[in-house]
Design a protein around this ligand. Structure first.
Ligand code: FA5
Length: 348
């Protein structure tokens, strides 16, 4: 049959059937029959490319016109059927359109995300940039380039999840990063000094959990390298950070600590909010809660990324993100953060 004639017939048949549809179910059946993938109209449209060019143009225009007409008729019919259904329900008294709608529950940012953003904002205001890096890391970045060669006892400080992948030498060089410090190396490899950057991210440790320890948690790494950076800059920067985050009344304490990639190394602690420094379960009876490790970047680390330690110096720090809201809001167990209890999460 002539395609133009076939289209005419399709049109009158479809419109006639549409006029006869009495409910939404029948309308859906009509849609599938007249506009679905297997409908005669779709087949004509699909076959257009096989027609000679002249015919293709005229048939194509007609077929597309018919498709648009059927689609708009469908929308109109659906609206009128829906309206009729609502009126029928109202007449029966089973629909009360004056009832207030159900409130839409709104999600919110996880407390860890909120605190990561607040901390990064504080450092951005001090001139730091923000960068991110991989959670699955090479042994080289997590340990070796940070002055922790294979077999070094300092590796015991960070019990690790290794990825089950062996290289040609039979070694397993891939792991879940135990800290954000590998990003110090990745950033210095790609950038010339001066560097001022903070790196938020998730880290993993193969260790037992307790009120202040999780096996996966967040850290924020900080790194500043330039000519003439001193330990005074490190302390000034971190005191200012604590003041902006906790207010002036909270006490901060620096003590010597050991990290192979800094020299000298320190830990910074804040006085325990729960016992006002007297000693309790949260602070393991010390009165202080450690929030970060820090120090002056070790000359060997600078050398490993081709920075001249006689010209450049720098400081680095790595802070445990969850410890910050613990101190700020008086949360007495870190495990609450990731146990998905909405009664806890909704408070932030
Ligand atoms: C480090 O991870 C070093 N990379 C920090 C560093 C960076 C030192 C740069 C010097 C220079 P440490 O293992 O102490 O250090 O962890 C840093 C912080 O992460 C701790 O102060 C603590 O706040 C937090 N933290 C450590 N272990 C856990 C854990 N299991 N659960 C929650 N927070 C933790």
């Amino acid at each position: 049959m002539d395609i133009n004639k076939e289209l005419e017939e399709l049109k009158s048949r479809a419109l006639e059937q549409l006029a006869g549809t009495a409910d939404l179910k029948a309308l859906e059946a009509w849609r599938v029959f007249c506009l679905g993938k297997k409908s005669p109209l779709s087949q004509i449209l699909r076959g257009l490319s096989d027609l000679p060019p002249e015919e293709r143009r005229s048939v194509g225009a007609l077929a597309n016109e018919l498709k648009a007409l059927l689609e708009s008729s469908l929308v109109q019919k659906r609206d009128s059927l829906q309206l009729a259904e609502v009126s029928a329900l109202q007449e029966k008294g089973s629909l009360d359109v004056t009832l207030p709608g159900r409130p839409i529950t709104q999600g919110r940012l996880h407390p860890t995300t909120q605190i990561v953003r607040q901390i990064c904002d504080i450092f951005v205001a001090m001139g730091f940039q923000v960068a991110e890096g991989p959670e699955v890391e090479w042994d080289y970045y997590n340990f070796e380039a940070l002055n922790i060669p294979k077999g070094h006892p300092a590796r015991d400080m960070w019990a690790t999840f290794w990825v089950d992948y062996q290289n040609e030498q039979g070694e397993r060089p891939m792991l879940l990063r135990t800290h954000t410090s590998p990003m110090q190396i990745r950033i210095m490899e790609k950038t010339s000094p001066p560097v001022r950057v903070v790196v938020p991210g998730k880290v993993y440790r193969y260790e037992a959990t307790d009120a202040t320890h999780e096996s996966s948690f967040y850290q924020i790494e900080g790194l500043a390298v330039d000519k003439g950076v001193t330990f005074g800059d490190l302390k000034g920067c971190l005191y200012e950070f604590a003041r902006r985050l906790y207010g002036p009344e909270r006490k901060a304490r620096f003590r010597c600590d050991y990290f192979p990639f800094v020299e000298p190394g320190v830990e910074m602690a804040i006085d325990c909010f729960a016992c006002a420094g007297k000693g309790c379960r949260l602070c393991s009876n010390t009165g202080w809660i450690e929030i970060l490790g820090a120090g002056m970047v070790h000359p060997d680390v600078l050398r490993s990324v081709n920075y001249d330690p006689d010209v450049y110096t720098g400081f680095a720090f790595g802070l445990g993100v969850e410890r910050i809201p613990i101190l700020r809001y008086g949360i007495d167990d870190i495990r609450l953060f990731y146990s998905n209890d909405l009664r806890f999460l909704k408070q932030f």
